[in-house]
Design a protein around this ligand. Structure first.
Ligand SMILES: Cc1cc2nc3c(=O)[nH]c(=O)nc-3n(C[C@H](O)[C@H](O)[C@H](O)COP(=O)(O)OP(=O)(O)OC[C@H]3O[C@@H](n4cnc5c(N)ncnc54)[C@H](O)[C@@H]3O)c2cc1C
Length: 288
């Protein structure tokens, strides 16, 4: 691997300025679990790594009046041991547990996972079902967007040149919302998802309120199963309805057919995982 320059600014403004001054020869570095692999195989024109892990506003997990703020530099290990996440966003904790091995979870950040933007990113479905939003900072200041708008295509986000992901917000109304995440890979550990799925629902007066289903590795970006959600809304949560919703979710996916799994196998995984995360979310909601 060729030698690179390294700098660790302590503010978003300084990091954005460094990126814009150095153009295509600079790129942000977080935990490096994706980036260092990429640089080893295809270093391209990169000459300067701008380490964003020391920027205070990119760090930390805190509950505010608006909801839960998770800094983009928060690692999976931090999420897995954070009392607020354990109590109020268990699906994000479950997703974090499935990522890589201990070393990856201690270095890899939730922000880096979203920016790398692969369809199988495990943090994405768990955040999507909680209606997460992301804050980004660039030359024109900050902007906030729904997390779905952040994903544009495989390895392509809506970040403009020199923009950085600052943090992720879960709205207050969704903290503690019954939710579940499930990932299926070819091995129990160190496996990318063949399919991953998350669901979140509330139940009021025996009816499903605000159902959310998100699926990964089944389309160019992680997706919401909007038609399946519409079927569930304001209905009684019966096993038959959940089976029907899982069947509709299959029609909303466009999984690939490759050497790791056939199209039919992935469709069956969507069916099974959707049923599983919905059933578990209903169980949690019913027992509250
Ligand atoms: C052995 C191994 C196993 C893995 N297993 C899984 C798995 O099971 N599931 C899974 O989803 N992923 C997995 N990954 C992928 C990886 O760990 C995650 O995507 C990780 O979260 C990336 O975060 P990072 O901090 O390491 O990012 P980095 O590698 O530092 O950066 C990734 C990309 O994001 C950019 N970037 C980082 N932070 C910012 C920011 N704040 N603003 C703008 N751009 C930014 C970087 O420039 C780079 O392009 C695995 C990786 C390895 C090496």
């Amino acid at each position: 691997m060729k030698s690179l320059d390294y700098i660790a600014p302590n503010s978003a403004e300084a990091a954005v300025a460094l990126l814009s001054e150095n153009g295509e020869s600079a790129c942000p570095l977080a935990g490096g679990t994706d980036l260092v692999v990429d640089l080893k195989h295809a270093p391209g024109d990169i000459e300067l790594l701008v380490d964003v892990s020391r920027i205070d506003e990119f760090r930390g997990i805190e509950e505010t009046e608006d909801g839960l703020r998770i800094g983009s530099m928060v690692t999976y290990g931090e999420i897995m041991s954070n009392p607020i996440c354990l109590e109020k966003t268990p699906a994000i904790v479950d997703a974090s547990h499935t990522i890589g091995a201990v070393q990856t979870r201690n270095l890899g950040t939730i922000g880096g996972n979203l920016v790398t933007c692969v369809p199988s990113a495990d943090s994405a479905p768990a955040l999507m079902v909680l209606d997460a939003e992301v804050t980004v900072a660039g030359l024109d200041g900050k902007r906030r967007m729904p997390i779905e708008d952040f994903f544009v295509g495989p390895r392509k986000t809506s970040l403009e040149p020199y923009e950085l992901l600052v943090d992720i917000w879960i709205p207050k109304k969704n903290l503690g919302k019954p939710s579940d995440f499930y990932k299926f890979g070819l091995r129990k550990g160190q496996a990318l998802a063949l399919v991953n799925a998350a669901a979140a629902i509330d139940i009021k007066k025996g009816k499903i309120i605000d159902p959310r289903i998100a699926l990964g590795a089944v389309a160019p970006t992680p997706i919401r199963a909007l038609k399946a959600e519409a079927l569930l809304a304001n209905e009684k949560p019966t096993p038959e309805l959940i089976v029907e919703a899982s069947e509709i979710a299959v029609t909303e996916c466009k999984p690939i057919d490759d050497f790791r799994a056939s199209l039919k196998y992935r469709q069956q995984l969507v069916r099974t995982l959707t049923r599983r995360v919905l059933t578990r979310s209903v169980e949690i909601a019913s027992n509250r």
